[in-house]
Design a protein around this ligand. Structure first.
Ligand SMILES: Cc1cc2nc3c(=O)[nH]c(=O)nc-3n(C[C@H](O)[C@H](O)[C@H](O)COP(=O)(O)OP(=O)(O)OC[C@H]3O[C@@H](n4cnc5c(N)ncnc54)[C@H](O)[C@@H]3O)c2cc1C
Length: 419
């Protein structure tokens, strides 16, 4: 199968939004064979402190082989994924903006801004929160609109690091959407609350606008100058009404958005460089108003209970996600963590992005689906189910030992058998 990526921008962006990957994202990279590349370019931080910026120790016994946050800039992530896609033979066409689409029983036709028409079997709209694909499908995007906006940018400052750090620490006692994190060579990533909400958030703020807001909160603009880039983001939370219409699917921010910040826990990296981590959601309590502040205090107290701490960290790292695949074994619908097998480890066997039957009985068969599903007969001391059928994303689609039962599930996930 040939895949083609259409990207409207002619060059990769310089804007660094995400600074970190949580456990589930790291697991997915591992499942696709990219772990070493990401670990080589990222820094590992403890997961404690990533829920609403509440500083707590990392909970024990997290159900993952990757109980850390991997600090890595989104621009690096995008570069590594681009390299991987290219190695797999995926074609990436830049400067191609999708403006129209139509579909029938056999495929999808898309129209580009220059009038070009392209035909494919499927289309996946990964075109961000303002997704054109989602709008063209007429899929609603209900949720909470943006109430507050934050300005963000990378720039140089004219004050010594110690003086800047003192001011930032003081302002952050009451305003967690304020921060300045050194990125080396005198460059800082600065965030500060905007005055209102921009009509068009794709229009970046000016340096003057950002400096004016710094003065409001810090009574100084740190002599900020020479911005590398400037951006703004809101705190909307929205979920697409559905992720699929016929042969067109929605993924990523096109399907769901939520506020990225709420905390910028400052951590000192080896070599004295300080980095910030951010996490999705959980920022509702990270605002200065009295109501949310008392909720935050209460949540903080509750997090002293190890089980509560673990529960919340499992949510924020997404390792606790359980899809509704119906009644059944507790593993059903959950992603399976990486487990050691007699001959290697589970995630090493998933690099091809195919389905996988992990069969500890040696009596099962995927005949008819072998072109889509790998059959691994092996045993694991960490797994107490006879066999599990995994989707390519590692979520457990079936658990059991009965071949007829398995045959009833394979078509649901992998289509009809071929002879
Ligand atoms: C300040 C901030 C901090 C964040 N921090 C983190 C973090 O630490 N960890 C984390 O996991 N996430 C974080 N996020 C969220 C993360 O950045 C997004 O979830 C992620 O970028 C979504 O990726 P995406 O590919 O779905 O959409 P996008 O990154 O928005 O990419 C969409 C792409 O589609 C292209 N496009 C749009 N329309 C068209 C069209 N019509 N035709 C062709 N191409 C089109 C765009 O040019 C763009 O390249 C943060 C977000 C922000 C704003």
């Amino acid at each position: 199968m040939h895949a083609l990526v259409l990207e409207k921008e002619t060059e990769p962006t310089r804007i660094v939004h995400a600074l970190g990957l949580h456990a589930r994202s790291v697991e997915v990279m591992d499942q696709r064979g990219l772990l070493e590349r990401f670990l080589a370019l990222g820094q590992q931080y403890p997961v404690g402190g990533f829920f609403a910026g509440i500083t707590k120790p990392s909970p024990d016994r997290l159900d993952t082989a990757h109980p850390y946050v991997l600090g890595i800039p989104q621009t690096t992530t995008e570069r590594l994924l681009t390299e991987h896609a290219t190695e797999l033979g995926v074609e990436i066409r830049r400067g191609c903006e999708l403006v129209g689409l139509s579909q029938d029983d056999h495929g999808v036709t898309v129209e580009l801004a220059d009038g070009t028409r392209l035909r494919s079997r499927y289309l996946v709209g990964c075109d961000g929160g303002r997704s054109t694909v989602r709008k063209l499908l007429g899929v609603g995007f209900p949720g909470e609109p943006t109430r507050v906006e934050t300005l963000l940018g990378e720039m140089e400052v004219a004050v010594p690091p110690e003086a800047l750090a003192t001011v930032v620490a003081e302002v952050r006692k009451t305003q967690l959407r304020f921060g300045a994190v050194p990125f080396g060579e005198g460059v800082y990533r600065i965030v500060v609350p905007a005055e209102g909400v921009a009509e068009d958030r794709s229009v970046p703020p000016t340096l003057d606008e950002l400096k004016q807001r710094l003065r409001v909160f810090a009574r100084t603009d740190f002599g900020a100058h020479s911005p590398r880039w400037l951006s703004r983001f809101g705190d909307a939370t929205r979920l697409a009404e559905c992720y699929r219409v016929g042969r067109v699917l929605l993924a990523g921010d096109a399907a769901h958005i939520h506020p990225p910040t709420g905390q910028l826990p400052h951590r000192t990296a080896p070599g004295g460089r300080r980095r910030a981590g951010q996490h999705p959601r959980a920022d509702a309590a990270a605002v200065p108003e009295p109501g949310p502040r008392s909720v935050r205090r209460l949540v903080s107290e509750l997090m002293d209970f190890e089980d509560v701490n673990r529960y919340l960290i499992e949510k924020i790292t997404a390792i606790g996600v359980r899809y509704d695949f119906g009644e059944g074994h507790e593993l059903l619908g959950r992603r399976m963590r990486d487990v050691g097998l007699k001959r290697g480890r589970l995630y090493e066997l998933m690099h091809g992005g195919r389905g996988l039957l992990l069969d500890q009985t040696g009596r099962l068969s995927v005949a008819g689906w072998a072109d889509r599903v790998d059959h691994v007969v092996d045993v694991s001391e960490e797994l107490d189910v006879p066999a599990a059928l995994l989707r390519p994303d590692g979520h457990v689609a079936w658990v059991g030992e009965d071949q007829q039962d398995l045959l009833s599930q394979l078509p649901r996930w992998f289509g009809a058998a071929v002879s």
